[in-house]
Design a protein around this ligand. Sequence first.
Ligand code: URP
Ligand code: ZN
Ligand code: ZN
Length: 435
Amino acid sequence: MDDGKIRTIGIDLSADDAKTIDATGKYVIPGGIDPHTHLDFPFGGTVSSDDFSTGTIAAAVGGTTTIVDFVVQQPGQSLTEALEIWHQKAGGQAAVDYGFHMIIRDLPDSRLPEMDEMVRQGVTSFKMFMAYRGAVMVDDDTIFKAMVRAADNGAMICLHAEHGHMIDVLVQEALAKGDTAPRFHASTRPPITEAEATHRAIRMAEVAGAPVYFVHLSCTEALEEVQAARSRRNYVYAETCPHYLTLDNSMYDQEGFEGAKYVLTPPLRDKWHQEELWQGLRRNDLQVVSTDHCAFRFSDQKTLGVNDFSKIPNGGPGIENRLSLIYTNGVVSGLMDMNRLVEVFATTPAKLFGLFPRKGTIAVESDADIVVFDPDAETVISAQTHHMNIDYNLYEGMTVKGVPEAVIANGRVLVEGGKYTGISAGGRFLKRSPQ
Ligand code: URP
Ligand code: ZN
Ligand code: ZN
């Protein structure tokens, strides 16, 4: 590696003045791409606790060397203004390279050309929320118009698919009955609400002729919609997240307010969905595992909803734990092989989001983003030792096998011997290509 790029691949290479890392007995894999993170993100009446510095250091420790984070447009704001705010947040802060998706909240016809301008600036994907009525939810007209534009300008449409109207009614009914505890977050967002929105968005995308990517798919019913759509047309994509693959809704049954730690959306599901999601990854009906890292402290942020589950800021941490969780629960358990892990962790997100072959592969002239992964090392996940700026970990106490021993981003060694080396900042904004 030289000057941030991979220059030569071979056996017994000699290089003067080069640092050598011994990878004997280890896997050498491309640095991970996490295409779904929320750093310094205003949401649910507060701001997520990891910023672009802490969040990307934690990402690197976990083997992720590129993130695609979400800009959010405020109503009435131009997309260019919104993007500029996120450039200010991330610039000079991020330890690893980053791109941006744009969350659209307000799209009068006069703003449609701004989508083209975003694509020119390397923001080649747009997310819209079909839930969170009265906050970030947009109507179907907006989604469809954005899809039609994306079909033209090569952008990817990303959707948070839940039926916001039904959920709103269910939430109001629960609160009226005095059902205010965290577990009612799950019961008021049943799987069919996710499946219905997934189906509707797929059909709209078919009419528009636009590619569509479902973020944080959590359940079998939504997966079936994606599977059916992919048998008709191949530009329907979906990701799931480690929490849906490894945790279930029994987490909401814990004493007191503990369940608030797991209030993320869509909610954790019955355990049997996990097997279906792993099968979906095997069959390629699911193509990516992202984290949806959106950390809110238990001590003073989750407590906003102590008397009303609907006011608990939605989201959970995970940016640091993705690789070890997929390896332990997927590869070690025999549910996927190491090649498939690399696809869902790095290569496919790079391809879907306009970063390949610069990212997501180990190839001459690709960015020097490499993880030396020790498959035999074991560690116990804990908030006491993690690097994320949050006072709990969703996977507290879980023993995972497989640890990123060295992590190199753009040729800089950010992790060595499994320890963060102290290099911060240096990450660059990535202009992504359209489809
Ligand atoms: O609960 C979640 N997922 N929070 C982050 C925002 C989103 O919906 O992706
Ligand atoms: Zn979402
Ligand atoms: Zn998210």
